[in-house]
Design a protein around this ligand. Structure first.
Ligand code: SF4
Ligand code: SF4
Length: 199
């Protein structure tokens, strides 16, 4: 049988414990929250990487990515070569009033043109303002955090390995070229007095 008043004592104990605990309420907006590095705040567009492949727009479950483009003819790189055509971006916009922050567009982009930024302070009083056009999406790129450092025991990414090999190859070729030029200059210098003696 419960002792009379024990419930009240228990309740008071809980109140006292809570009163003496450190407060965890974030005083936003006076204090900015400490967000985890992979926070999904807003999407930034690195336009230079976008090839207008349309994958992101097709895979977006909310159909909130709007892309317009036109084709341009690129002249042949070498004489007698073939002209090529490429897509040129006219419009890239994301409607954040529809976006559900699933991240599919970022995952599927094969050219690393979309990135998460932790910025979240872009509330608007007019819903139309939540459609961010390419200039705005580009501005968000400045707020994208650096990628975390690789695990020291991780395999070297193949892009970095390829770039390193290409740089090494170029350095070896440049060194060989410099050595050949040096040898040619030395041979020329050696030949010059002999020519002088003949005269
Ligand atoms: S995060 Fe998801 S919903 Fe938002 S634009 Fe990308 S794919 Fe669409
Ligand atoms: S998937 Fe990437 S490259 Fe393709 S249109 Fe979207 S942002 Fe551009």
């Amino acid at each position: 049988m419960a002792i009379p008043g024990s419930g009240l004592a228990k309740g008071l104990a809980v109140t006292l414990r809570t009163m003496t605990k450190k407060t965890v309420t974030a005083q936003y907006p006076d204090v900015q929250p400490e967000l985890p590095p992979r926070t999904r705040g807003v999407i930034g567009l690195f336009e230079e990487n976008c090839t207008v492949c349309m994958l992101c727009a097709r895979e977006c479950p909310d159909w909130c990515i709007y892309i317009d483009s036109h084709k341009e003819t690129v002249p042949a790189a070498v004489p007698g070569g073939r002209e090529r055509s490429r897509n040129v971006l006219d419009r890239f916009a994301i409607d954040f009033s529809l976006c559900m922050y699933c991240g599919i567009c970022i995952e599927v982009c094969p050219f690393d043109a979309l990135f998460w930024s932790p910025e979240f302070e872009y509330a608007e009083t007019d819903i139309h303002e939540l459609t961010h056009e390419r200039d705005k999406l580009r501005e968000w790129m400045w707020t994208v955090p650096e990628p975390p450092a690789l695990d020291p025991r991780a395999e070297e990414p193949k892009e970095i390995a390829a770039a390193r090999k290409a740089a090494e190859k170029a350095a070896t070729a440049a060194a060989a070229e410099a050595a050949a030029a040096e040898a040619a200059a030395a041979a020329e210098a050696e030949a010059r007095p002999a020519e002088g003696e003949q005269q």
